[in-house]
Ligand binder design. Structure first.
Ligand code: ADP
Ligand code: MG
Ligand code: MG
Length: 255
């Protein structure tokens, strides 16, 4: 079993006006074998948490710690985080013209495994993963994320998850909302990942919709830069019916 531990994490986003504190003491422990959902209103700092974990240069850690099996994640480079078994979707570039998916994924796998997979084995591995995920074969020859639809970006993310086979995955489901196709890709992919056994998932989401397809072991409500309440899957049902008002004191505009 592996454990990802976030302790009293404070962090800021770096803007032109200076550092703006967003994370205000995040505490969260995830054991492998579990899916944890973080839910919270827009602007509460959910994506900031994901970027901070990914080591994004626009975000700064002010205090606190992140430990993966006791190892200090915040001291690690982005590649070291990946090698340690942490998958952070946004550590990968958004669009890479001229680099095929197949080459891009091989580079990512090389970073994680510490050596380049043999080309012949790699081609087979990618083919199998793509067919398991119902991705058409032409996908591997396309440039990374170039002209990808929302659903295709999600397929790419889930394909990475499958091939890189981390211990922990942090997935930030953007607030813009996934279409039905993308929702199915993500939920099937996450469930399949979990079924490999001993995998931890931190699923960040604004809407309860995806939790109809993925049953979380724990649900955390995020408000104003920290976890303000934790519970079981039933907490998501409560959020579905009453929204975040009980936790924030503010009524949210209907989405
Ligand atoms: P969420 O994902 O919960 O919607 P975010 O982490 O995206 O929240 O944003 C948290 C807060 O940080 C918001 O008030 C947002 O305006 C601010 N913020 C995030 N990124 C930036 C940025 N690059 N520049 C300025 N403010 C930012
Ligand atoms: Mg947002
Ligand atoms: Mg967000």
């Amino acid at each position: 079993m592996a454990t990802l531990e976030i302790k009293d994490l404070h962090g800021s986003v770096l803007t032109e006006e200076g550092a703006k504190p967003i994370l205000k003491g995040v505490n969260l422990t995830i054991d492998s074998g579990q899916i944890h959902a973080i839910m919270g209103p827009n602007g509460s700092g959910k994506s900031t948490l994901a970027y901070a974990l990914a080591g994004h240069p626009k975000y700064q850690i002010d205090s606190g710690s992140v430990l993966l099996d006791g190892e200090d994640v915040l001291e690690m480079t982005v590649d070291e985080r990946a090698r340690a078994g942490l998958f952070l979707a946004m550590q990968y570039p958004v669009e890479v013209p001229g680099v095929s998916m197949s080459n891009f994924l091989r580079t990512a796998a090389t970073a994680v495994r510490g050596e380049a997979p043999q080309v012949r084995h790699w081609v087979k591995e990618v083919k199998t993963a793509m067919s398991d995920l119902d991705i058409e074969t032409s996908f591997s020859e396309r440039s990374v994320n170039e002209g990808f639809s929302g659903g295709e970006k999600k397929r790419h993310e889930i394909l990475q998850l499958d091939l890189l086979n981390p211990k922990f995955a942090v997935l930030d489901e953007t607030d813009s909302g996934l279409d039905v196709d993308a929702l199915r890709v993500v939920s099937d992919g996450v469930n399949k990942f979990k079924d490999k056994g001993d995998k931890g998932v931190l699923l960040i989401t604004h809407y309860t919709r995806i939790l109809k397809h993925i049953t979380p072991d724990r649900v955390h409500v995020f408000s104003d830069g920290k976890v303000v309440e934790s519970g079981g899957a039933e907490l998501a049902d409560e959020l579905e019916s009453t929204g975040y008002v009980r936790f924030t004191g503010k009524k949210e505009a209907a989405a």
